[in-house]
Design a protein around this ligand. Sequence first.
Ligand SMILES: [Zn+2]
Length: 358
Amino acid sequence: MKRSPLVIDKEKISKYLQIIREIGRYYKPIDVHVHPTDIIFDSYVYVQDDFNEDVLSLSGSRYSEPQVYPIYLNNREDTSIKNNSSNMFNMQLSSFKIRNAYKSIGAKVLSDQMSLSGIGQSLLLPVAPRTGGLEHQFDHLLRYYNNCAQYLLSYSFPNEIEDTQISDTLKTVTKRVVLHAVKIHPNITGIDLNSSLGVDRVEAILNAASAEQLPVIVHGGRSPILKGHPSCCYSEIKKLAKIDWKISMKSIVIAHAGGYGYTVAEFKSEVLPVLKKLLSKHSNLSVDISALHYDVLETVLANINHDRILFGSDFFYVPQWQCIALLAHALTHLIPDIEVPLVKIMSLNARRCILNEP
Ligand SMILES: [Zn+2]
């Protein structure tokens, strides 16, 4: 493997995005991991943006169209839960960054990002909070993104819905709204996969999703922002391995390739071996590459069959164009011809797994 240069400059990023636009003339690029509202604090108060319809901004913020900027590969923070920085420092840094990422929301913010990045469709993932319902996030999806072909909607079950009600709830939602997936986030929603109750709940969700012919996207890895709380690690790959994923005939996507919040050394020793076993055991499993550290991304691309990898960004937390640039850059350092894997990862795999195309 060639060593990667430490910066991806604007010129190179534009070149990568141009390749995606070329591919997009024949194969529509799909991002399977987009959060239109913040799922961590879920508490910002927005006002209508004075200058843009379809944009809501935090008071004092003004929306500006997205632009690319250089990516420094050696300048990435260590988000592993084993690093030494204090919880308070991590929390403050994260909450500042999240507030900045979500200072403007709404359909124009996402569609501008998609245009810049050459993305044709985005799968929108709400995440039920630990307590309370999903209305706040789901109403936003319905208001700004419903009935528009470039946005694919999904659903997440709040804990206030009993396991026995999950199936009926999903039937009711699908009568009202066209859904394309169900999202499960054990860390944020607080589904403890160490307990049989937690495993039962995920399996109840899988049954319901399968009956409605819906794929499932499940968070894979830790949530460093919850460091110190046990739910920080509910989605570790070894816990996901306890679920009988064959319950569903439909696709299951392990987000972040199971590697969210891991350094590359931790990923190689703690995640990759289990992930590989799971992928060989369950043919309906695949991974997305959203919000991965560059070196973890390279490891995923070098070790996992490209037919099992879907493009995801984690926008609005991470810009779509940035994840595309990292993907193209990493592929360039692994293989001479990046177009074939890019077509699969950016488009064909998502069309097969999420849109049921052959
Ligand atoms: Zn996410």
